[in-house]
Ligand binder design. Structure first.
Ligand code: ASP
Length: 496
């Protein structure tokens, strides 16, 4: 097993989790009990009917009979959809259910969720230091280079434009296809109903994001953690370190690179545990919800894949044709070694040497442009990741709330998805690690990531190819825009 490539191990963990979870769900998800002893004070008798689709709790308290239903698919505003809501709204019913009424499938599912949750905690543990070191290292690699001001602005404009276009494509498709609403089941985790969380106007929402981008206390932002503030401060710090230049910038660069190496090593080690994490999380989901969950995941994969295809095969080629004046098909053929390496490795950073040589030797872009645009792009330009983040979070929200997030929340998702993609390291599953930023921004429970973990590898391969394709197109665009400007003396050093 240890000699197998990680994605095969994850697949095995996923299949094993599916089989065990489904078997548990089929064999032990029904439970009907009448309870007459060991009940909370004042309750003389109670009855619980538990199944994977809903739970009904009936109890008699001081001559008064109460019936409570937990129904994950409830569309009613006052309906109880989760056990967390049950605990808040009717603590007595919740206590009876937890003590006497849980089916075996739900009990085992709960333990598996706890164990799988440890894996998610590890991912959360590395996210802050990984973002800081990855982002700083990308920005500081610009330090000491001549004549980069204009090129930097053009590169940044290209990165921001294409990432935003990618996010818009993702949002459009997830609103059209509504993958999380294609099944009646939602997940058994709880959060306040969305109506309680955003009564504010759009202006307030956007202003809150701008405020978060100016942290009054950057260290507090790290401990909270507030990812928006962390990314904003890291960019400011990096840009001013580059402007300070000299040995200061060099020392910070060395330190950051050393930190990044260690963080990459830790993250890679954690990712090695993914097969076990996936196993427990998938078992938990299937044991509690049964096979209907597959329908949702299928729609989710379809939504991400279609949106990625539209971005890679329509949006970027149009930019390539009309701004860079290149033939998209020819350019794609020249970049094919890099795109295939990206697909199989799921790592923009790992693919970087292949991308550099393909851009320079096969697509005819100068070393000056390639060596500037690509390393920065591998760190901060991730169209595929940005698109995926937006779709995944809206999908999770659809599953969790049972309806689509309103526009104001979708704008927060778009802004934070952009920042998350900028902060994501170019390594496998980095996008998944960064998703906490967006989930946190719209108040969704972080553990709901568990549901999409199972299909993350295959989507990671696809989005990494799109990330690398966008970086490569960026080289042609920046080169075309740069060609009118006078070139510095060392403009055409030999390709490395
Ligand atoms: N694996 C992606 C990359 O290296 C990042 C991600 O997980 O989205 O570009």
């Amino acid at each position: 097993m240890r000699n197998l490539a990680l994605h095969w191990q994850i697949l095995i963990g996923m299949i094993a989790g599916c089989c065990i979870g489904l078997a548990l769900n089929m064999a032990a998800s029904e439970r009907s009990v009448k309870i007459t002893s060991d009940l909370p004070a004042g309750i003389v008798e109670a009855e619980v009917n538990d199944s994977s689709s809903r739970t009904v709790i009936r109890y008699r308290h001081e001559q008064q009979e109460t019936i409570v239903t937990v129904d994950p698919s409830s569309r009613s505003k006052d309906g109880i959809r989760t056990y967390k809501q049950l605990a808040q709204q009717d603590p007595l019913a919740s206590q009876i259910y937890n003590q006497h009424g849980k089916s075996i499938a739900k009990q085992v599912g709960g333990w598996c969720q706890k164990i799988g949750g440890l894996f998610l905690r590890m991912l959360q543990m590395v996210s802050v230091p990984l973002i800081i070191t990855s982002l700083l290292s990308g920005i500081l690699s610009l330090s000491g280079r001549q004549g980069v001001g204009k090129m930097f602005k053009r590169t940044l404009s290209y990165y921001l434009t294409t990432s935003l276009l990618a996010i818009l494509t993702g949002l459009l498709l997830v609103n059209l296809i509504r993958p999380g609403l294609q099944t009646t089941n939602s997940l058994p985790t709880g959060a306040p109903s969305i109506d309680e969380t955003h009564q504010t106007s759009l202006i307030d929402v956007i202003f809150a994001q701008i405020e978060a981008a100016i942290p009054s206390n950057p260290l507090a932002a790290i401990t909270q953690p507030n990812f928006l503030s962390i990314i904003a401060f890291t960019i400011i710090f990096g840009v001013f370190a580059v402007r300070t230049g000299g040995t200061t910038a060099a020392r910070i660069h060395d330190l950051t690179n050393a930190g990044l190496d260690v963080m990459m090593a830790i993250t890679t080690a954690i990712i090695r545990l993914a097969p076990i994490g996936v196993f427990f999380l998938i078992t938990a989901v299937l044991a509690t919800q049964g096979s209907s969950v597959f329908k949702s995941l299928g729609w989710y994969v379809l939504t991400v894949a279609t949106a990625l295809l539209i971005h890679a095969c329509i949006t970027l080629p149009l930019i390539l044709k009309f701004i860079a004046k290149r033939q998209p098909l020819e350019y794609a053929r020249a970049m094919s070694p890099a795109l295939l390496t990206a697909f199989s490795s799921a790592s923009s950073n790992g693919t970087l040497p292949v991308t550099l040589t393909s851009v320079e030797q096969r697509a005819g872009v100068s070393n000056r442009t390639g060596s500037f645009v690509l390393p920065l792009g591998a760190t901060i330009n991730m169209d595929g990741t940005a698109l995926y983040e937006a779709v995944a979070v809206l999908f999770i929200a659809q599953l969790h709330y049972g309806y689509n997030l309103p526009l104001s929340q979708q704008i927060i998702v778009a802004i934070t998805a952009l920042l998350a993609s900028i902060g994501a390291a170019g390594i496998p599953h980095a996008g998944l690690v960064m998703m906490v930023i967006i989930l946190q921004a719209v108040g969704l429970p972080l553990e709901m990531q568990g549901i999409i973990l199972a299909v993350d590898r295959v989507l990671d391969m696809a989005r990494t190819s799109v990330n690398v394709w966008s970086d490569s197109c960026g080289c042609a665009v920046v080169e075309a825009l740069d060609s009118q400007a006078p070139q510095p003396m060392n403009a055409n050093e030999p390709a490395s």
